[in-house]
Design a binder for this molecule. Structure first.
Ligand SMILES: [Fe+2]
Ligand SMILES: [Fe+2]
Length: 176
């Protein structure tokens, strides 16, 4: 069983489209007045758009370019979450949640690096992209449905202030 399958199995059943849409609706409402959360959800939406672009690309150049753009956005987003958000998830949502979150990022990075080395016009490329997309979709759902709402509820105003400031700083360092 691959790492991604193992992760997917650990959180079975994967969220349905309806569950993900509901989690998105709620987290968008929660992000009013929570600047850090607004930035995170906006980046999730950008990541979804980049997956859609890569999926619909039909030639080598567009596929390579879209995967590069996707990898850059994913890395900037993941780096900022890992440096700033997940340590607070460990404190205010739970160490298990933070551990899963870090592991899912690590596995995504491994799979993305593999994708970069696969012939973009092969069946294997499309399958790998779909595999990563499914895993990232589920990861985003976990964040939006529980780990991040936990922070909205439990994290102190001082730590939220830190999130606002430091999240933007870390993301900009890579994607600015
Ligand atoms: Fe994440
Ligand atoms: Fe995220």
């Amino acid at each position: 069983m691959s790492f991604l399958d193992r992760i997917a199995a650990a959180v079975t059943p994967a969220a349905s489209d309806e569950q993900r849409a509901e989690a998105r609706r709620k987290v968008l409402a929660l992000s009013q007045g929570e600047q850090w959360l607004g930035m995170i959800v906006e980046q999730h939406q950008r990541i979804e758009g980049l997956f859609a672009e890569a999926r619909s690309a039909t030639d080598v150049e567009t596929r390579q370019r879209s995967v590069k753009a996707l990898a850059t956005e994913l890395t900037g987003h993941a780096t900022a979450e890992e440096a700033v958000v997940y340590p607070i998830v460990a404190e205010d949502s739970g160490k298990t949640h933070a551990g899963m979150a870090y592991e899912e990022h690590a596995m995504t990075k491994i799979q993305l690096a593999k994708l970069e080395r696969i012939d973009p016009m092969s069946e294997e490329w499309s399958e790998k992209l779909e595999h990563i997309r499914g895993a990232v979709e589920q990861h985003i759902y976990q964040e939006e449905d529980s780990w991040l709402p936990d922070l909205v509820e439990k994290t102190s105003p001082a730590k939220k202030q830190l999130l606002n400031q430091r999240y933007a700083e870390e993301y900009q360092r890579y994607c600015g």
